[in-house]
Write a protein that binds this ligand. Structure first.
Ligand code: FDA
Length: 501
């Protein structure tokens, strides 16, 4: 196989020869090519006239691995790279765009179009979920089948299962149940040789790598078998806002030591925006013990029973109370896939192991009133997360991590994003002295090309800057797995794991 000289016609011909139905392949001349490409783009800045378009988009049919296998075999034979897309939420758009220099010919394999089934087995509390399903669809299918079952994953219902589980999956139940990737029992993957493998077939090293090593590296995961978790019939959520005048700085300073040490049943996260800290919690229990726990362990927050909002777990996963979704029915909140290209965003991340001092927060807070300001989201670790050894999965940010910090900024169409970008870069620089260093850590699912990109040759050393930020000591093992399963580096992108030579 060779990827050196691309033959776009040869690729399309090869797909036809391998019986991939033409109605599942959208070329640039197809009338709905643009609609299909845009269907799950979440970041307007990656859908401009300057964005390089893929040669075509392949939308594999449900239950038929042969289309994906054909795409891989034809791609390798004809020198066409593949970008795999499930939910399209990659913060740098790596699932549907390529900024490779010299430019590469690439096609998109879009699993979100047709590969969306969720099959729940309530008797052994497991589910097989296709990569193209959203986590909202997974939540819905699970809880509608058995209301006491749930799945630990992120807070935005349109996130695709494929990318989310590939990179980890942090959310409001991780202190009790871990990452989404911690709950993967089996997977079906098409490797760089076009073979369809399950866990037994791929072996434990590759199975380790696909559970948190980041999407787009080792093959195309078609579906995942996941362990579901038990939840009470009613959970409690609350939202408590504190302004600086109401003591936000002091309470946030204290939160850093309290939240990671609370019982596993509660996740208490914070959004800092403007001159306010918003404390948001999900508690897997009732209001009475929650109020007692908060009075005992975090009296500074002043939480009372009037703050308690009892709901089902499914409502907590759907409601704008916790997520940033819209009002409406559960179905509207969890199953809606519509997207908007009118907003663009930039995200960065850090991990904090030593609480940031009150004096430092006093210096940081004024940043949230600067022009272009976004916000930060602080999500506590501890609990189950702290009990998992750093090498057990590729996600290394475990014991000793107080919280992950996500910096977010957005801007509307018509704005070039200069102020917003300057804001986030400036805050990130300011925070450097306060967060985990050597290497400065980041979360692969909060993809940030600002921390480094592969060199043209795709060397291990060229990827060290970003690789060690995301994976610390696990970067080398990921590169060794890559060398074993994809030695020619067919599945590559700006931040893909290079093979260890
Ligand atoms: P997308 O399809 O863009 O894929 C992401 C990456 O994985 C790409 O490199 C892609 O090629 C690869 N990939 C996709 N499918 C694959 C497959 N089947 N096999 C192999 N590789 C595949 N994260 C989090 O942990 N907790 C959270 O609460 C949130 N919240 C959140 C909100 C919003 C609005 C956004 C935009 C993002 C998040 N995220 C998040 C980050 C999210 O988990 C991350 O972007 C995921 O990779 C998205 O997965 P998708 O399948 O949607 O992305």
């Amino acid at each position: 196989f060779s990827c050196s000289v691309a033959s776009p016609d040869g690729f399309l011909h090869c797909l036809r020869a391998k019986s991939v139905p033409s109605e599942l392949v959208y070329t640039q001349s197809s009338s709905n090519f643009t609609d299909v490409l845009a269907s799950s783009i979440r970041n307007g800045k990656f859908f401009t006239n300057a964005t390089v378009r893929p040669l075509c988009i392949i939308t594999p049919g449900p239950g038929d691995a042969s289309h994906v296998q054909a795409a891989v075999l034809c791609g390798r034979r004809q020198g066409v790279r593949l970008r795999v897309r499930s939910g399209g939420h990659d913060y740098e758009g790596l699932s549907y765009r390529s900024s490779a220099r010299p430019s590469e010919v690439f096609a998109v394999v879009d699993l979100g179009a047709n590969l969306r089934a969720v099959r729940v087995n309530r008797y052994d509390s497991t589910a097989w979920v296709d990569s193209g399903a959203t986590i909202g669809e997974l939540y819905y299918a699970v809880a509608k089948n058995e209301s006491r079952l749930a799945f630990p994953a992120g807070e935005c219902s349109t996130i695709g299962v494929g990318g989310h589980l590939s990179g980890g999956g942090i959310g409001m139940m991780m202190r009790k149940h871990g990452l989404s990737a911690d709950k993967v029992l089996d997977a079906k993957l098409v490797n760089a040789d076009g073979e369809l493998l399950d866990r037994a077939g791929m072996g434990e090293d590759l199975f380790w790598a696909i559970r948190g090593g980041g999407g787009g590296n080792f093959g195309i995961v078609l579906s995942w078998k996941v362990q579901l978790v038990q939840v009470p019939s009613t959970v409690v959520a609350f939202n408590i806002a504190k302004t600086v005048a109401q003591g936000a700085v002091e309470i946030l300073t204290r939160w850093q030591d309290v939240a990671p040490c609370l019982p596993n049943d509660i996740t208490l996260r914070v959004i800092v925006r403007g001159q306010q800290a918003m404390f948001q919690a999900l508690y897997l229990g009732g209001c009475v013990p929650l109020v007692a726990m908060m009075a005992d362990q975090f009296p500074e927050l002043g939480m009372t029973s009037t703050d308690c909002q009892p709901m089902t777990w499914l409502q907590s996963a759907a409601t704008p109370f916790l997520s940033f979704g819209t009002n409406g029915t559960l179905e509207e909140a969890l199953l809606d896939r519509s997207t908007s290209l009118s907003r663009s965003n930039k995200i960065k991340s850090d991990y904090v192991r030593r609480a940031i001092s009150k004096a430092a927060w006093e210096d940081i807070f004024p940043w949230f009133t600067k022009p272009g300001a976004g916000f930060v989201l602080l999500e506590p670790h501890g609990g189950f997360m702290g009990s998992v050894p750093a090498a057990a999965t590729p996600y290394p940010h475990r014991n000793g991590v107080l919280y992950v910090m996500q910096y977010l900024v957005g801007w509307q169409q018509g704005d070039d994003g200069t102020a917003a970008t300057a804001w986030i870069e400036g805050l990130y620089e300011l925070m450097g002295q306060h967060v985990s260093k050597k290497p400065r850590r980041a979360y692969v699912n909060f993809r940030d090309l600002g921390i480094g990109e592969n060199d043209d040759a795709g060397t291990f050393e060229g990827g060290e800057a970003w690789g060690e930020s995301y994976f610390v000591g696990n970067y080398r093992r990921l590169a060794a797995v890559k060398a074993a399963v994809d030695p020619t580096n067919y599945f590559r992108n700006e931040q893909s794991i290079p093979p260890l030579r």
